[in-house]
Ligand binder design. Structure first.
Ligand code: GFB
Length: 333
């Protein structure tokens, strides 16, 4: 019997890289099943621009795709989303429509599609937010473009499941962080942005030759965090857990922990050995959504024993990775 083929989009990104590592480790631990284990094809933007449906169709045809893990997206932190709602909506809509239409065209029956907790309503009927709250009211104005493109991906999956009997499962992680993240100072998410800027301030580099470190916003917003390697492991398990199907096609992925921005900034400062008394808060910057706590009740129904990597440990691993890779071209302006 020919091997099954799994196509993974977005493989050069943080989650894609973590998934490659996770699968490599998994295959090492299961060497005796090597002959029957699937082929995993890690697609990167160098391999194919996913907004080009003709090119992507050739890949689906060549690889004889049976399963898809769709991670690719145009992503960025709060301030990038506020600036580029048009690009965030248009590019992600094109990518998502191409991927899901080709999944259907090539009869891919099962796939995992990545959303985000930031697409949920900012003022829900209650916290923590259950999966069914996702379209109750508009998303936070700061990231409407990205949020609606992801909500449309959810609607596409939902109706391909209902109309064509697919099992397209949407996973909705909270704020992700880890190695291979985008540490760009202006466009990154919270954790990589703070690590990079606090590192520069600590070593007084360039424009960060300052006595204080400035946190953008009040520091009062609350966030949940998920280490990318944790998420990679969960995506892999969901793909192969046939108990998870169209009846539970949207699953929040998070632990029970929530932190204020201030707490996270201080954890990073302790790790970088930067004096927290030199940290100031600039409330001229938006906090974005002040709270977006999601529930992990459904996740725990399927994975009651999953142990999440604690934020302190994940930050330690991320900062070590950053310091080891800092001098590579990826970080230099
Ligand atoms: O990760 P982040 O940029 O995005 O976090 P969101 C923004 C929060 O961190 C705000 C504070 O409360 C900011 O005030 N913050 C403090 C900073 N300092 C910094 C900094 O140096 N850089 C950044 N970026 N934030 C995103 C969505 O929302 O969530 C995306 O916009 C994405 O679409 C992501 O889905 C998961 O958590 O606010």
């Amino acid at each position: 019997m020919s091997k099954l083929n799994v196509l993974i989009t977005g493989s050069s990104g943080m989650v894609g890289q973590s998934l490659q590592q996770y699968i490599a480790q998994y295959n090492l631990r299961h060497k005796n099943t090597k002959n029957s284990s699937p082929n995993y094809y890690f697609l990167t933007r160098e391999d194919c621009d996913l907004t080009d449906k003709v090119k992507l169709r050739e890949i689906f045809k060549k690889l004889k795709v049976n399963f898809v893990i769709h991670l690719a997206a145009k992503v960025g932190g709060l301030y990038m989303n506020m600036k580029y709602n048009v690009e965030m909506f248009m590019e992600n809509m094109k990518i998502n429509m191409n991927v899901i239409e080709l999944c259907h065209e090539f009869n891919v029956n099962r796939g995992v599609f990545c959303l985000s907790s930031c697409i949920f309503p900012p003022e829900p009927k209650s916290f923590p937010m259950k999966e069914e709250y996702i379209c109750d009211s508009p998303p936070h104005p700061s990231n409407e473009g990205y949020a609606y493109s992801k909500r449309m991906l959810y609607i596409m999956c939902k109706h391909y499941n209902q109309q064509y009997g697919r099992d397209y499962i949407c996973v909705s992680p909270v704020n992700l962080y880890g190695a291979y993240d985008n540490f760009d100072i202006n466009n990154s998410h919270l954790i990589p942005g703070i690590i990079h800027k606090m590192y520069l301030t600590k070593y007084q580099e360039g424009e960060y030759k300052k006595d204080t470190y400035e946190v953008l916003g009040t520091g009062k917003a609350q966030r949940q965090f998920l280490f990318a390697m944790d998420f990679a492991c969960i995506i892999f398990k969901i793909l192969w857990n046939k108990d998870i199907d169209k009846k539970n096609m949207l699953i929040n992925i998070c632990s029970d922990k929530e932190y204020t921005i201030k707490q996270v900034v201080q954890l990073i400062a302790f790790n970088l050995d930067y004096d927290i008394h030199n940290i100031v808060y600039n409330n001229k910057y938006s906090d974005g959504c002040i709270k977006k706590t999601v529930s992990n009740k459904l996740f725990r129904k399927f994975f009651p024993d999953h142990k999440f990597i604690p934020l302190e440990n994940g930050l330690d691993a991320t900062i070590s990775w950053f310091e080891k890779n800092y001098n590579k071209p990826r970080f230099r302006k």
